[in-house]
Design a protein around this ligand. Structure first.
Ligand code: PLP
Length: 384
């Protein structure tokens, strides 16, 4: 096996989850998904597709109807895209891998802002690239901030790709418009590609817009920018494995070739589900965000009442990331919370050394009472 593969770290979230295996008393908030199932009309569309016998391979880039529908959805949020810029993929993680395969090879330099979902830095490392990390840091309130100048100083003309996940998993950190503008202009000068993972853009709690600021709002079709998107989070479709990417003009054929060599195509019945999800997005997404906002506020209020906890309300996403004073081994602490208090959280160290001493709590739930109950268990765990 290649050294780059042996060196990949095992998932610390899985490690914590495995310590609760076989127990049904654990309140689990460790994974990045809601406990709500996909809405019925979306499931019905997929079943109808299967009943019609849509079981064969389809186009590498996705069904024409789905690509059209995604274009209209994206243009409604971010303005005109132009033709042939969207490729459908087998989930966001595959779009990220395809973008990485397209842009970097052995020895290339990649910069990534962390803490972050571990798959982001792992993918270029798998391909043999060298990955430099720029750390966000928490302020006194517990909100995570970017040192923009440090990021710009790190990205040079040797940097092939800058990987940004904002709104961010796990911290909830979001890039502001002025920061995006500065990053885009800097990367134009250095010739660096921006791969923007914006899968949480619609889970946005800001008052004034339908989604978080996106690089698509300010880039042209000729910028070196790939935006990665997913049906998983805003449409409650994690298990379906459906996503898409927005590419610059002229790159769609390359994406199609790579999709051929990765998964060949997304399953047609899954794509039919995606079409149904987009058809009702104008109502389902704001309703979901309303429920999520209530969950976020319930959890934040409960955590703020606890001793030793440092926490800020995230503006976006589905996670509360909180620091616990005196706990410097988040993996050991999260494991103890499972074993002794039946509470399942993700250790901050799973997202990089910068997250050590912190815990991630996914608050996306059908039933906010579960969050209150979980916070009571945490209170007991903290008082030991
Ligand atoms: C930041 C980020 N990007 C991408 C994904 C991938 O989502 P999926 O592969 O389910 O589309 C996730 C999932 O947790 C994520 O947290």
């Amino acid at each position: 096996m290649r050294d780059a593969i042996s060196a990949l770290p095992a998932s610390k979230i899985r490690q914590v989850a495995n310590s609760g295996l076989g127990r049904d008393d654990v309140l689990a908030f460790w994974f990045g998904e809601s406990d709500e199932v996909t809405p019925e009309p979306v499931r019905a569309a997929a079943m109808l597709s299967l009943a019609r016998g849509e079981t064969l391979y389809s186009h590498n880039l996705g069904l024409a109807e789905l690509r059209d529908s995604l274009r209209r959805y994206t243009e409604a949020l971010h303005g005109r895209l132009g033709d042939d810029r969207i490729a459908v993929t087998s989930a966001g993680v595959s779009a990220l891998m395809i973008a990485t395969q397209m842009l970097v090879g052995g020895g290339d330099e990649v910069v990534v802002v962390v803490p972050v979902w571990p798959n982001l830095p792992a993918q270029p490392a798998i391909l043999g690239a060298s990955v430099r990390r720029v750390g966000l840091a928490p302020d006194a309130s517990g909100a995570w901030r970017l040192d923009l100048q440090r990021l710009l100083d790190t990205v040079t003309d040797r940097t092939k790709m800058l990987l940004l996940n904002a709104p961010n998993n796990p911290t909830g950190w979001t890039l502001g418009r002025a920061e995006q503008q500065a990053i885009l202009e800097h990367c134009r000068r250095t010739g660096t590609w921006i791969v923007a993972d914006e899968v949480y853009e619609r889970l946005w709690f800001g008052a004034s817009a339908r989604c978080a600021p996106s690089f698509l709002d300010i880039a042209t079709e000729h910028d070196r920018l790939i935006v990665v998107q997913s049906f998983s989070k805003s449409f409650l479709m994690t298990g379906w494995r459906l996503g898409w990417m927005v590419l610059p003009a002229g790159f769609i054929e390359a994406a199609g070739k790579l999709i051929e060599f990765n998964s060949s195509c997304a399953p047609v019945f899954v794509q039919r589900g995606g079409l149904a999800a987009l058809a009702s997005a104008d109502t389902t997404v704001p309703e979901l965000v309303g429920r999520m906002r209530h969950c976020r506020d319930t959890l934040i209020n409960a955590l703020r009442a606890l001793p030793r906890v440092r926490v800020a309300a995230p503006e976006a996403g589905m996670y509360v990331f909180f620091g616990v004073e005196g706990e410097n081994d988040s993996l050991a602490f999260a494991t103890r919370l499972v074993r002794e208090f039946a509470l399942g959280l993700a250790p901050g160290a799973a997202f990089g050394a910068e997250g050590e001493g912190w815990l991630r709590w996914c608050f996306a739930s059908r039933d906010p009472a579960r969050l209150t109950q979980g916070a009571e268990r945490l209170a007991r765990g903290l008082s030991l």
